[in-house]
Design a protein. Structure first.
Length: 462
């Protein structure tokens, strides 16, 4: 399997080189040169596989023989052996038309664990096999940071620095990152928004000389391994419900801010998974909803919401979808992304809008509607949603038609967002691992939101 850049100025890479490059050296994002196809017979054969067994089969399609199968199997088993549920990502029935795919049973109670436990082990494997230095640099709107740190903390040959927007993540998210006191971990609390953190990361990775000098590796969803790992649970959910006799095609409702989680679903569909609707759920930072419904990709005014991990105006994975929307034409992608840099917006021509709206349905959930959904579902079904999952469920309620089955992706345990849930008078008991965080000391550095300030911190740390 080879990987190419959405902007076409990087020679094809193997899988390991692709994950080490992270952001392509031409500023684009890496995608498979050809998307592997999964037919109905293969889907049927996969029907009784465990999550780890299914992950092994899907990863093999994208890795080929670069990693021996036995070694890859160990990486997969090590990654998913840490999860609290034997199914890794269990599917829960809520009512006749709605199921919830629980993605929060990993060590940090967030869906990011599914990709980052694997990527952390993968980086450790590559470091050992190639005797290479792994310096990980990432930004987080809340969950990526804790999951990434948990995936690599204490691992030999790896250092990690995570940027988060100061005061704009939940208290539990902050504690999960900053109570880690390992020598190979640096937390930077940045004065600014997540979009500022993400911009700094992309610009530092685009500085190829700096990137190579300090051996920078990506942990954010700009890294293609993140996306590939996330495709697995779409297949797993489909196979679980198909075995229960559900309809051949089913919808997925995905709370998303950075477009990574829903792009993984789009990629699963391109592989051959029979998906009905891909419902894109946003909050009041609704650039992606406006793109799907109006054809304009343009940041609006930043809004702090009760679903802070989706408080994002510039979606880093959008370019991957744009590549396929443009017929896999890197020249056109480069032109449009250049236009976005200079003019601040992209307008999709009308002849392509039918394709966008065939690929996605979208709905932006208002703050009070998010909280109302949490309260309603707790009262009706005794099921507690975190505010991001509530956005996915609210979008499903709006866009699922009678007789359709929708799987809403539950991206975090509700205990991570108790501040929002208490606004509807709901009290919950923290899991022991989360409750223990409040008595621990924090370790973080406050920094200005400038490239120079971050560079100085990195030079000292790496």
């Amino acid at each position: 399997m080879e990987y190419i850049s959405t902007r076409g100025q990087v020679a094809p890479l193997g899988f390991i080189d692709a994950i080490l490059m992270g952001l392509a050296d031409d500023g684009g994002l890496l995608v498979p040169k050809a998307v592997p196809q999964v037919d109905a017979a293969t889907l049927q054969a996969w029907g009784n596989l465990t999550y780890a067994e299914l992950a092994l089969e899907i990863f093999t399609l994208y890795i080929g023989d670069e990693i021996p199968r036995e070694a890859l199997q160990r990486l997969v088993e090590d990654s998913y052996g840490t999860f609290r549920d034997a199914d890794v990502t269990p599917v829960r029935r809520i009512n006749n038309g709605l199921y919830v795919l629980e993605l929060f049973h990993g060590p940090t109670f967030a869906f990011k664990d599914i990709a980052l436990q694997f990527l952390g082990n993968l980086y450790a494997y590559v470091s050992k096999q190639t005797n290479s230095i792994i310096h990980i640099l990432g930004a987080t709107s809340g969950d990526t940071g804790a999951s990434a740190i948990e995936g690599v903390r204490g691992k030999e040959g790896i250092r990690i620095c995570i940027l988060h927007p100061s005061g704009k993540v939940s208290k539990v998210q902050e504690l999960q990152m900053t109570t880690v006191d390992d020598a190979n971990v640096l937390n930077l609390a940045v004065n600014g928004t997540f979009d500022d953190c993400q911009r700094i990361i992309k610009e530092l990775f685009a500085d190829v000389a700096f990137k190579h000098k300090y051996h920078l590796r990506a942990i954010n969803s700009i890294n293609i391994a993140r996306i590939l790992a996330q495709t697995v649970y779409y297949f797993y959910a489909y196979l679980q419900l198909a075995q229960q006799g559900q309809s051949e095609r089913m919808n997925f409702s995905v709370p998303t801010g950075n477009f990574g989680d829903i792009f993984a679903g789009y990629l699963a569909g391109r592989m051959g998974l029979p998906i009905g609707k891909l419902i894109l759920a946003t909050n009041e930072n609704n650039i992606l909803e406006r793109f799907v419904n109006e054809g304009v990709y343009e940041p609006g005014e930043f809004r702090g919401t009760h679903s802070p991990s989706m408080d994002i105006q510039v979606a880093s994975n959008f370019e991957r979808y744009l590549y396929y929307l443009c017929g896999e034409d890197p020249v056109e992608v480069s032109r449009l992304m250049g236009q976005f840099t200079t003019e601040g917006s992209i307008v999709i021509p009308s002849d392509r809008m039918s394709q966008v709206q065939a690929d996605f349905a979208a709905y932006g959930v208002k703050n009070e509607e998010c909280l109302d959904t949490i309260g309603d579902y707790f009262a009706k079904y005794d099921y507690l949603l975190d505010p991001h999952t509530a956005c996915g469920v609210a979008a499903s309620d709006r866009l699922t038609e009678e007789g359709e089955v929708t799987v809403a992706l539950s991206t975090a345990h509700p205990a991570k967002f108790d501040e929002s849930i208490r606004l509807r008078g709901i009290e919950q008991t923290y899991p022991e691992q989360i409750g223990a965080l409040f008595g621990k000391a924090q370790h973080q550095h406050q920094v200005d939101g400038s490239n120079a300030a971050i560079k100085a911190e990195l030079e000292r740390f790496f």
